[in-house]
Ligand binder design. Structure first.
Ligand code: SF4
Ligand code: SF4
Length: 182
């Protein structure tokens, strides 16, 4: 993917959000936001944009549920994201930002054997925003399908105890499980 990921919808809630400038580490209702999950295409796009080797910005973790190595943005403080510019309050890799960021506060979770869209409740998103994000999420599913099992199951130390609500089941085409080897 050369020009980064497909553009995400602008969320109405963000315009007046009290934590807009620090959203990448602190949510509107005070919850901590972890550094983003990185898909291989995210790593490639960031690497090209910033002329960085992956080792310089990727933190590799083991997903103990799948046994796979998964990638997150490496952060020196353990909270937030190294690409957040604290002076401007902006993302320094905006046009190459990961899908995880574009989807936030929407996420994917494996619940009792099924994949669901979930919403982290510590963000003050509106109903219109949820529908827009859901439509976006459905549109980018093909980009994450091979990695969905890791994406949906990897433990996140700080957000795992955060409240969330289930929005909708994720519908897959037939044979998805076989193709994705889940
Ligand atoms: S995503 Fe949520 S927490 Fe972040 S700026 Fe928008 S409304 Fe606020
Ligand atoms: S990559 Fe950009 S949008 Fe994503 S968490 Fe970091 S600063 Fe925020």
């Amino acid at each position: 993917m050369k020009a980064g990921n497909p553009p995400a919808p602008m969320l109405h809630a963000c315009a007046n959000c009290p934590v807009h400038l620090v959203c990448c580490s602190v949510s509107s209702k005070g919850g901590i936001v972890e550094s983003p999950y990185l898909l291989p295409t995210d790593i490639k796009a960031i690497s090209e944009l910033k002329a960085l080797e992956p080792e310089e910005f990727v933190e590799y973790r083991i997903n103990e549920i799948t046994g796979n190595t998964v990638s997150f943005v490496k952060t020196p403080k353990g909270v937030g994201c190294r690409f957040h510019d604290s002076l401007s309050g902006k993302c320094s890799i905006y046009h190459a930002r990961p899908l995880d960021c574009r989807l936030y506060p929407l996420d994917v979770m494996l619940i009792q054997g099924g994949y669901y869209w979930i919403l982290w409740e510590h963000c003050s998103i509106t109903q219109d925003d949820i529908q827009a994000l859901l439509a976006y999420g459905e549109s980018i599913l093909p980009l994450i399908r091979e990695h969905l099992h890791d994406y949906a199951t990897v433990p996140m130390e700080m957000m795992d105890k955060s409240p969330f609500q289930i929005i909708a089941p994720i519908q897959f085409p037939e044979n998805y499980a076989e193709k994705a080897k889940i």
